[in-house]
Structures are given as C-alpha cells and as structure tokens.
Design a protein. Structure first.
Length: 178
C-alpha cells in the first residue's frame, strides 16, 4: 500500500466523469487499499479515485463505524432531505451547508468483485453521495447557492494564491507523529 497525492480544486480530473471499472482485478484491489490508506492519513471519511488523479469509478467510505469500497456505484433510491456542513479533501479548509437526501440505497461492487446493495442514512448517506458526485465530476460547492459558492471560491483562492500546482502530498504516519 502507498499514499497517493491529492488533487485539489482546479485539477481537470476532478471535473470529468470517471470511467466504469467493470471487472475487479489486482490493480483495482491495490487502488482500493491505497485509497483507504490515503483517506486515513488525510483524516477523511471518503475518497474518490479521481481525487488521487485516477478517473475510474472507485470510492471508499469510512463513516458511522462502517468501512467499505464502492466500485461502479449507483444510487438507486433517495428520499428525505437534510442539510449539513460538508468539506472536501480536494478543497481544503472550505466548508458549506449542503442539502442532500437523508436516506439512499446504493448498488456497488466491493473490492472482491461482489455486487452488493446497502441502505444508508445520516453521515454515511452523505459521504456516499459526496463520493458518487466526485465520480460524476461534481464538487460539493456545486450544491451551494451562486453567492455562497463565489464567496467560498474567493476565500479558497486567497488562501491558496501561492500554490504552484493542483496536487498536495498527504503526510505519512511518520510526519503526523511529529
């Protein structure tokens, strides 16, 4: 397993629809492992493959005590509404209140190649929707009002005006323990 660099706001891969995976092989299983390790090191609750520069329909979630991979996910049911604050590893230190369905049912494939169906509510449902959005090239900012989105984008640009690229290294275990 290895840590991957995160792609940040402005990276073109974040705005493209990711390609279907199809069959799960050793490469996909290795990708899932790397994604879990990267998500954990970055202290996230979810991560989509395009956030590490790979435009494939793979995401991982660790929310409400449940940790799972989503390969070729599809939201098949959604109901209710709730508003909660969201952030994103690809848009660091920027947060906004996003309205999403409170309950979803997802169909996806796990890292062993088994298709499954699961229901989720609360944080888990929100994380699933956030990651599926990523796979479709949608950021949480796109769910905000135009004025709120413009304010947050201006703040992000001010805070990151000296950044030289669209990727960021995720500190490993040694760096975090110092």
């Amino acid at each position: 397993m290895s840590l991957r660099s995160l792609h940040l706001l402005g990276s073109p891969v974040l705005r493209q629809r990711s390609a279907e995976v199809g069959a799960v092989d050793d490469e996909v299983r290795r990708l899932v492992e790397d994604m879990f390790e990267t998500m954990d090191a970055a202290k996230g609750v979810g991560l989509a493959a395009n956030q590490i520069g790979i435009p494939r329909r793979v995401a991982v979630v660790d929310a409400d005590g449940d940790r799972f991979a989503l390969i070729d996910p599809e939201i098949v049911e959604a109901e209710g509404r709730s508003v909660a604050e969201e952030g994103c590893l690809s848009v660091p230190e920027i947060y906004g209140d996003v309205s999403r369905p409170e309950r979803v049912v997802i169909e996806a494939t796990d890292q062993e190649g088994n298709r499954y169906r699961r229901e989720a509510t609360g944080l888990k449902a929100r994380a699933i929707q956030h990651e599926v959005d990523h796979l479709d090239g949608i950021l949480f900012l796109d769910h905000l009002s135009l004025i709120k989105r413009q304010m947050l984008l201006a703040k992000y640009r001010r805070e990151h005006k000296d950044d030289t690229g669209y990727t960021k290294e995720v500190p490993g275990e040694a760096a975090r323990s110092e």
